[in-house]
Every structure is written in structure tokens, then in C-alpha cells.
Design a protein around this ligand. Structure first.
Ligand code: NAD
Ligand code: TYD
Length: 351
């Protein structure tokens, strides 16, 4: 194997797409997926590649310093792509502590381990930290987040991610650790945990359950297909300038209510229900506390410097996503019933 790459959080939504891309595209890289398998981690996301010769799974809790030291003792990593995190804003409002442990302490443990293992000999090494556009705060109706926008996190989730971004930059400036950071907008696509907006709406329509719209449904998100995020990560990992930051976004802004209405019409068609049936399930509910109004990314730096571009057709990406959820009912049911978490406890307890 020419290089050994650690990918953290590779059993999660985005991580599973990144692991698949690297395992299949780079057969001479050894890809080590380190994941704690929290409620959001699901090895069923990557069953298609788990037998590949260049893939290993290590159940690791990045908050546990000794776990991380053991991992870096077992392998000689050339690169780290760090995606493991607590990622849901709503969960960060009901319980912020886990976000501080995983997103801040976990990132610090990985930075320390990388630094100690590389022993200030950084040739050919890279620590790539995956972050979010939410660190920049909330936009009004005008403007975009650029790489120069000042940080202004407003939820416990975004505050923990902002803190981890600062720590990564501090390790670069203070210790010379080669790092790169990317901040991405909202992802959608296959394998997203069904408590996030798009899979939740698809699943609730299928089961004729209410579609909860927070507040007036006027908040705006910039949606990016998950494989476009994975392709950007691939480019930045190989060609990104060390010490630099890249914004990744879909240039694809949707008001929540308009997106939900679009999903309703796609689902009516796919389920062969009369037009307008799913719309009737829309239910306005109490707003999320501190709900950021608008996110929109300017990704021109990544486009110009590294030649990246996302798929232009949102409705095609959304159709693909809906088809995937309708075809993978067993995946969804096992998550909703908690069956897969019980299985991991049995499989991995004591490891
Ligand atoms: P996810 O919640 O689907 O997956 C997170 C993964 O991290 C899971 O597999 C989980 O088991 C693992 N994990 C959690 N705590 C861990 C710990 N202590 N030790 C080891 N593993 C642990 O998240 P996602 O949506 O795939 O997001 C991945 C990354 O991308 C995160 O860093 C997130 O902040 C960032 N991001 C996400 C989005 C988005 O729209 N989902 C957008 C921009 C950036
Ligand atoms: P979410 O998928 O949680 O992503 P984020 O909060 O990180 O942007 O939510 C996307 C948007 O959808 C956000 O404005 C909150 C809103 N939302 C609802 O209106 N209803 C829901 O049930 C959920 C989960 C989200």
C-alpha cells in the first residue's frame, strides 16, 4: 500500500460516501475507518466495500485518548480525513455536552496523536478537518459566506465545530502541523440519518405522518448532493493548499417550505397517490430556538483554484435520493426500530 489514510466517522452519512470513494478509487491506499458507531453510525452504509483488501474498520471513540493513541500506534498514518462528529443541531439544543466532548475534545485528541506520531516530520502528511458553513452564523436575505467571513456560531453544534476549526488552525500556526479545512453547506442524498430534514420528510410522507415545518418554513438552506461533497473532499485532500480553508456549497438555495412542497410532489408521483395528497400532511410546529435564517456558500475559490463543480441538477439529485429511500426500506426500518444499535452492542461490546 502506498499510503495509509485514517477516515474518522466513516460509518456516518457523509463519511460512508467518502470511504467508498477512497477505497474504490485508490486501491493502493489502505483506508482505515475509525468510528464509535453512535446512533448515527451504521456499517450497513458500506457493506459493499467492507471486504475490499485495502479497507479496515476500527471501532474507536475519539473522545477516549487511549483509544486514539492505540489507533495511531497500530497504523502509520500518512493522512487523516476527520469527519466524526455529533452533527444534529436539534440534538445539540437538547444536550450540548456530547457536542463539546466529541467535536472539540475528540478533534484535539486526533491532533495530538497526529502530531506525536509524525514527530514534526511532516513530509507527505496531512490532517484534513471537515467542517460546516454553520460556523459563519446566519445570513440575511443578501450575501454569501466566503472563506473570509468572520465566525459567528449560534447553536451548540456550530459553536463546537467552530471551536474545533480554531484548534486545527492553532496546531498549524503553533506546531506547523499540515492541515486543511473545508466548510460545507447542507448535504442530502442516500444514507442520511432520518432525523434530518430531507429523509425525515420522505419517510413521513411514505408513512402518512405529519410533516413538521419549524416556524413559518421560511429559513433557507443551500443543498449539496453528498457525492459532490465527497468529490470536493477528494480534490482538497490531494491538491488543497496546506494551512488553507475551502468553502463547499451547492449554489442551490431553497426555502424549507418550498423544498418540502417539491418533495411532496415527487412523492405523490412515485407512490402513485393523487396530486396534492402529501401536502395535506404539512404541519407548522414551534420554531427551533435560535434558528439560523439563511445559509448560502460562495464556493468560487474551490471552483477556480481546484476546478471543482457540483452537479447542476437538484431535481435529479432529489429524485435519486427519494428512489434510494423507497428502495431501501429495510435500512430505514432497522434504524427506526433501533435494531442495528442493539446488534452493534452485541457485536462490539468489550472491544
Ligand atoms: P453523521 O452524524 O451522519 O455521522 C457522524 C459519524 O461520526 C457517525 O458514524 C458516528 O458514529 C461517528 N462518531 C460520533 N461520535 C464519535 C466518536 N466519539 N468517536 C468516533 N466516531 C464518532 O454526520 P454527517 O452528516 O455524516 O457529518 C459528517 C461531518 O461532516 C461532520 O463533521 C459534520 O459536522 C460535517 N458536515 C455535515 C454536513 C451535513 O449536512 N450533514 C454539512 C457540512 C459539514
Ligand atoms: P436539518 O436537516 O436539521 O439541518 P440544519 O439545521 O443543520 O440546517 O434542518 C434543515 C432545515 O429544516 C432547518 O432550517 C430546520 C428545518 N427543519 C424543519 O423545518 N423540520 C424538521 O423536522 C427538521 C428536522 C428540520
Amino acid at each position: 500500500m502506498s499510503r495509509t489514510i485514517l477516515i474518522t466517522g466513516g460509518a456516518g452519512f457523509i463519511g460512508s460516501h467518502v470511504v467508498r470513494r477512497f477505497v474504490t478509487k485508490y486501491p493502493d491506499f489502505l483506508i482505515v475507518n475509525a468510528d464509535k458507531l453512535t446512533y448515527a453510525g451504521n456499517l450497513e452504509n458500506i457493506t459493499d466495500i467492507e471486504q475490499n483488501k485495502n479497507y479496515r474498520f476500527e471501532r474507536t471513540d475519539i473522545v477516549n485518548k487511549q483509544d486514539v493513541i492505540n489507533l495511531f500506534g497500530k497504523y502509520s498514518f500518512d493522512g487523516v480525513i476527520h469527519l466524526a462528529a455529533e452533527s444534529h443541531v436539534d440534538r445539540s439544543i437538547t444536550g450540548p455536552d456530547e457536542f463539546v466532548f466529541t467535536n472539540i475534545v475528540g478533534t484535539l485528541n486526533l491532533l495530538n496523536a497526529a502530531r506525536n506520531s509524525w514527530k514534526d516530520n511532516y513530509s507527505g502528511k496531512l490532517f484534513y478537518h471537515i467542517s460546516t458553513d454553520e460556523v459563519y452564523g446566519s445570513l440575511g436575505s443578501e450575501g454569501y459566506f466566503t472563506e473570509e467571513t468572520a465566525y459567528d456560531p449560534r447553536s451548540p453544534y456550530s459553536a463546537s465545530k467552530a471551536s474545533s476549526d480554531h484548534m486545527v488552525r492553532a496546531f498549524h500556526h503553533t506546531f506547523g502541523l499540515p492541515v486543511v479545512i473545508s466548510n460545507c453547506s447542507n448535504n442530502y442524498g442516500p444514507n442520511q440519518f432520518p432525523e434530518k430534514l430531507i429523509p425525515l420528510i420522505i419517510n413521513n410522507i411514505k408513512n402518512n405522518k405529519p410533516l413538521p415545518v419549524y416556524g413559518k418554513g421560511e429559513n433557507i438552506r443551500d443543498w449539496l448532493y453528498v457525492e459532490d461533497h465527497a468529490s470536493a473532499i477528494d480534490l482538497i485532500f490531494h491538491r488543497g493548499r496546506h494551512g488553507d480553508t475551502y468553502n463547499i456549497g451547492g449554489n442551490n438555495e431553497w426555502k424549507n417550505i418550498d423544498l418540502i412542497l417539491l418533495l411532496c410532489s415527487i412523492m405523490d408521483r412515485k407512490l402513485k397517490r393523487p396530486a396534492g395528497s402529501s401536502e395535506k400532511l404539512i404541519t407548522y410546529v414551534k420554531d427551533r430556538p435560535g434558528h439560523d435564517m439563511r445559509y448560502a456558500i460562495d464556493s468560487s475559490k474551490l471552483q477556480k483554484e481546484l476546478g471543482w463543480s457540483p452537479i447542476p441538477d437538484f431535481s435529479a439529485g432529489l429524485e435519486k435520493t427519494v428512489d434510494w429511500y423507497l428502495a431501501n426500506t429495510r435500512w430505514l426500518e432497522r434504524i427506526i426500530s433501533g435494531e442495528y444499535e442493539k446488534y452493534y452492542e452485541m457485536m462490539y461490546s468489550g472491544r
